[in-house]
Design a protein around this ligand. Sequence first.
Ligand SMILES: [Zn+2]
Length: 303
Amino acid sequence: MKIKLIIAAALALFVVSTQAQAKLKIFACEPEWKALAETIGGEQVKVTSATTAFQDPHHIEARPSLIAKTRRADLLICTGSELEIGWLPLLLRQSGNPQIQAGKPGYFMASEQVERIEVPEQMDRSMGDIHASGNPHVHLDPHRLLSIAEKLSQRLQLIDQKNAPFYEQQFANFRTKWLESVQSWEKQSATLAGKKVVVYHKNWSYLLAWLGIEAVADLEPKPGIPPTSSHLISLLQVAESEQPEVILIAAYQGDKGARWLSEKSGIPMLTLPFTVGGNNASTDLFTLYENTVSQLLNTLQDD
Ligand SMILES: [Zn+2]
């Protein structure tokens, strides 16, 4: 009898501990989606990211270690809109995981949950490495990010039904806190509207559109093509006529072209985190936005 009780107790303990461990496994392609999944999923999820803030998410290698992680994932959360076209299809094929294939509930493409800007009217390879379904770099628009968070919460509720009320509540909490922060960032950054900047790739388009900042030049001669000397020289003239105030680059981008243009034109260069982990201050989505807005304000102050 006593032994039976001990066995029963041990079994109960085992069930409880495996339940506690049975977190939803999420594979994120980029750090911003890892951060969002952790924000909405809380203690019910375990998230890994395929890339860090110091890797260009357009170009990474489908390494065996990444394939192993996709094999075990319950949910895949990526940018989509072809951002990961160079590596994600291979990962998905190699994963042998039916749950995370396109069209399945375990397949969540963040940028495809919202309307995109810069959708090309025609596709032509001579235009460079353009994104056919519009600009995928949506995470620096706080309003789109909120819509994506809501869709993600709904998706988590679908996949993990026993925790549905939890995910719903997590989103509600995030929404309240996020809207308060957005209001404060918009108030702080009002003076940035109308400013002109130089970019390196169209990865800032949503942030700039949100803040009313205009990109007057791009270090890339064509999307996805690294700066060439002749293109950089032509930008000196643009700098002269348009008077941009800063050259923006992301933590993951090389600064050679930007540095050259900065030295020749006297326009300061600013490295922004771009995503969570891109600098020490940007530890989650809130601090990523805070740091981005405050660095822009520090650099683009009125004289
Ligand atoms: Zn891109």
